[in-house]
Structure formats: structure tokens, C-alpha cells
Design a protein around this ligand. Structure first.
Ligand SMILES: Cc1cc2nc3c(=O)[nH]c(=O)nc-3n(C[C@H](O)[C@H](O)[C@H](O)COP(=O)(O)OP(=O)(O)OC[C@H]3O[C@@H](n4cnc5c(N)ncnc54)[C@H](O)[C@@H]3O)c2cc1C
Length: 347
């Protein structure tokens, strides 16, 4: 069996590796540099609980993927010797209003047997001493964690190469080849490439590829802007969500701040207003960040779909499988997605 993968982000690489591990011949086609888009731009929060506002299939997927993460990254590290920065560091969602409650989340997660706690400001500051004295309460998810996305993508790519996944960079897939209603390969760089199955994992560009099934919602780019600070010496240590902003300390002085959520088409700008809002929210939660060096800014596109779940598995077109639409949780959902793609092919 030969499978073509379109797109070399976290989804394409994770699916390629999982298929190769089952002995499938796998060719990954990437128009530019593998890992260079959303997957390396992400904050890398593994928010199985902080991203699950209510029970349902999405929460099940987020929690299943989080449960698999340690084993998944251990396999990657053993194959590549690349430290991917995986840590179960916990997440605090903080508020400066003691009456602001997260009761529904706490209630269903407690009933589901998950560890979650409502904390006073003082108790939250014991966990994260860099929090502002203005923080009056927090919800604590001790089992959520993080990974360092650029390192994760480097490890995934290295593991794919070592496992003999064939990778063609600089190869733009121009269309899916559909014959008698079945996907039989792709056309790329004016060449016809045949396969038994195609996995479309082109992130925010997925539904731009001609041949995208007509009955499936389109994938829309949801821009997120990011800021990198450098703290010397490192002070922040726990992931903190404050209003729409988050702070992700890597533990070595680097602190990633995010983010905006904008429907601005494919405009990859970092804007003055975007950065100002991110910095204001982060410094409000952790005032000591104001003296950190601002070392970088960037933006990229979350693959957003107007449905409750990402688009993963067999599509309505025989031979065509989807691994896209993961919006703000694609780094977390990578192991779950790889498993689903493999299972949907009956492997
Ligand atoms: C700012 C930001 C912060 C985020 N933070 C988090 C987080 O903390 N935790 C989390 O779990 N998730 C996070 N995410 C979401 C996560 O990054 C995405 O869901 C995930 O990376 C999507 O992976 P992907 O492989 O589908 O897309 P991408 O990484 O965008 O990869 C798609 C690839 O397909 C290629 N491609 C496109 N069209 C073609 C074509 N025609 N032919 C060949 N190749 C093509 C592109 O060049 C690209 O390399 C964040 C995203 C952003 C933007």
C-alpha cells in the first residue's frame, strides 16, 4: 500500500510516521519547509482540561490525546535524541474578580474524575509566585502541560526521515486526482503521482486544494499573534490564562505569550494592537514580565472549521482521508489524529 500525505505540519508528519510504523510506503509532499507554518508557531499548550469547557466528543479527544502524549514523545525522543520540551507543568486560569467563577468546568471535570481545583489568589501565588497580587482566584488544572513546538516538529521530521518516509519539500499539490469518484493520487509540480490513499493535512490551506469534497465544511485561517519574552533570571514557571491571553514559561527564561484570534484571511502580519493587547494582558497577570526582553513576535493561522470536531478520517470521497481543522488544539491532538487516520484505513 502506498499513501500520499499532503502537508508537512504536525498532522502530516504524525500521520506519516504512524503509517510508516505499520509498514505503509509513505510519501509526504510539502510545498515549502515542513513544520514552518502553524505547527511551529504554536504555544504548545497541552490543555486537555483547560480547553475542555464541557463534556462531549471534543473533550474526549483532547483528554485521550493528552493521556497518550508521554508515550508518544518518549517514542520520538528515543528515535531522535531531540528534547521536545514536554512537561506536565499545570495550568492556572486566573481572574482578578473573586466572584468570577468557572463552576461548570470544575463540576463536570470533578464528576469525570479529573483533577481540578478552585484556588484563592494566595494559594495560586504559592503555585506561581510571579502572579500579580490583584489576582483573586484561579482554577488549577495540574495535569495539563506543554511541549516546545519547533523542537517537536524537528523531532517528528527527523523520526520520519529515519523511518524512511519519503519527503519532498518544495512540492505544491495543485489538485487531487479524482477518477470515477475515487481519489487515486495528486497532481503536484505538474506531475501525476498515484497512490492507494491520500491524506490531506494542509492545515489552513486544506480546502483550497481542488478536489476538496463538496459536502465538507471549508477550513478557514484564524490568525494568532504571538510574542516571545526572555526573562533573566527565569521567574515564571506555570502556564497562566488571563482573560483571552496566556503566558507559557518554557522553564529556561523563554516565555511565550499569546494570542489573538482574528479572521483576517491569509494576512500574516503582526500588528501593533495585537502585540499591545497580548503584552497588557500578560503583564497584568504577571507584572515582573514587564522587565523581560522582548525577543520576537510572529503570527500564523489556526485551521478553523465551523463544526464541533476536527476533520479526521475517511472522507465522502473513497481514497481520500482528512487530518485537518484542529483550530487551537492541533499540537495536543496530533497523537489522537495519527491513531484515527491509521484506524480509518483499517490498519
Ligand atoms: C498562534 C497559534 C498558537 C497555537 N497554540 C496552540 C497550543 O498552544 N496548543 C495546541 O495544541 N495547538 C495550538 N495551535 C494550533 C496548532 O498549531 C494547529 O492546530 C496545528 O499546528 C495544525 O497543524 P497542521 O499540520 O494541520 O497545519 P500546519 O502546521 O499549518 O501545516 C500545514 C502544512 O501544509 C502545507 N501545505 C499547504 N498547502 C499545501 C499544498 N497545496 N501542497 C503541499 N503542502 C501544502 C503548508 O506549507 C504547511 O507546512 C496554535 C496555532 C497558532 C497559529
Amino acid at each position: 500500500m502506498r499513501v500520499l500525505i499532503v502537508g508537512g505540519g504536525v498532522m502530516g508528519c504524525a500521520a506519516a510516521l504512524a503509517l510508516r510504523e505499520r509498514g505503509v510506503r509513505t510519501l509526504l509532499l510539502e510545498r515549502a519547509v515542513p513544520g514552518a507554518e502553524a505547527s511551529s508557531a504554536a504555544a504548545g499548550i497541552l490543555g486537555g482540561q483547560c480547553e475542555s469547557r464541557g463534556p462531549g466528543p471534543l473533550a474526549d479527544a483532547l483528554l485521550a490525546s493528552r493521556a497518550k502524549y508521554a508515550e508518544w514523545v518518549t517514542n520520538l525522543v528515543s528515535r531522535t535524541a531531540i528534547d521536545v520540551g514536554y512537561r506536565v507543568c499545570g495550568v492556572l486560569r486566573v481572574g482578578d474578580d473573586a466572584s468570577a467563577q468557572d463552576d461548570m468546568t470544575v463540576e463536570w471535570q470533578t464528576k469525570a474524575g479529573l483533577r481540578v481545583e478552585v484556588l484563592s489568589g494566595a494559594r495560586a501565588r504559592e503555585i506561581e509566585p510571579a502572579l500579580s497580587p490583584e489576582i483573586k482566584r484561579a482554577t488549577y488544572f495540574p495535569d495539563d502541560g506543554q511541549v516546545d513546538p519547533p523542537r517537536l516538529l524537528r523531532a517528528l521530521m527527523t523520526a520520519c526521515v529515519k523511518a524512511d518516509v519519503e519527503i519532498r519539500s518544495g512540492t505544491t499539490v495543485e489538485r487531487l486526482s479524482i477518477e470515477s469518484g475515487r481519489c487515486v493520487g495528486v497532481e503536484a509540480n505538474a506531475e501525476r503521482i498515484s497512490s492507494d490513499a491520500v491524506v490531506l493535512a494542509a492545515g489552513s490551506w486544506s480546502s483550497l486544494v481542488p478536489g476538496w469534497p463538496s459536502g465538507v465544511p471549508r477550513v478557514i485561517p484564524a490568525r494568532g499573534q504571538m510574542v516571545l519574552l526572555d526573562e533573566r533570571a527565569p521567574r515564571a514557571r506555570t502556564i497562566v490564562f488571563h482573560k483571552s491571553i496566556y503566558v507559557v514559561p518554557r522553564g529556561d527564561g523563554r516565555v511565550v505569550l499569546g494570542s489573538t484570534l482574528e479572521f483576517a484571511g491569509y494576512r500574516k502580519e503582526v500588528t501593533a494592537g495585537g502585540v499591545a493587547g497580548i503584552l497588557a494582558g500578560a503583564i497584568d497577570a504577571m507584572p515582573s514580565l514587564s522587565s523581560a526582553e522582548l525577543s520576537a513576535t510572529w503570527s500564523n493561522f489556526r485551521p478553523y472549521v465551523e463544526c464541533a470536531m476536527p476533520l479526521v478520517g475517511a472522507s465522502e470521497t473513497p481514497g481520500l482521508f482528512l487530518a485537518t481543522g484542529h483550530h487551537r488544539n492541533g499540537i495536543l491532538l496530533a497523537p489522537w489524529t495519527a491513531d484515527r487516520v491509521v484506524a480509518s484505513m483499517g490498519l
